[in-house]
Design a protein around this ligand. Structure first.
Ligand code: SF4
Ligand code: SF4
Length: 135
């Protein structure tokens, strides 16, 4: 595992920051002494019919056709209304602050890396099905 971690960081370094595009929740089941700790990760699912896209009155969020990624288009047009956040069943769209002029941000499926054809390397825990590591 240390080798895997080092390789991922070398291939696609991720800078820590306040915005979290992927949420991970933990919860317990059972009663002492038979207690289990579970983890549930919530990514953007890049929905086939994305509610966030339909909800945006400014046309900022768009679903592209090549990979099916739901992307932030013209972020300057974002008014910060949060209607996309309200519409998303998973609370995926995020904002850098509570200021009403903060622009929407979200997972972009690492589409630039897909286009650069380095997707065979693992880099995103939200899409483990793409993990075809060649270590
Ligand atoms: S932000 Fe929410 S509604 Fe939009 S594509 Fe992602 S999971 Fe679906
Ligand atoms: S916050 Fe921005 S992206 Fe979200 S619905 Fe409002 S204008 Fe659209």
């Amino acid at each position: 595992m240390p080798h895997l971690f080092r390789s991922l960081q070398e291939l696609a370094p991720v800078t820590p920051g306040p915005l979290k595009y992927l949420k991970v929740y933990e919860y317990e089941k059972g009663a002492f002494p038979d207690v289990q700790l579970h983890f549930q990760w919530i990514p953007c699912y890049h929905c086939e019919k994305p509610a966030c896209v339909d909800a945006c009155p400014s046309g900022v969020l768009q679903k592209e056709s090549k990979y099916g990624a739901v992307l932030v288009g013209d972020s300057d047009a974002c008014t910060g209304c949060r209607m996309c956040y309200d519409a998303c069943p998973y609370g995926v769209p995020v904002f850098a602050s509570d200021d009403l002029d903060a622009k929407v941000q979200k997972c972009d499926m690492c589409i630039d890396r897909l286009e650069a054809e380095i997707s065979r390397y693992a880099y995103c825990p939200a899409h483990p099905e793409r993990w075809t590591l060649d270590l």
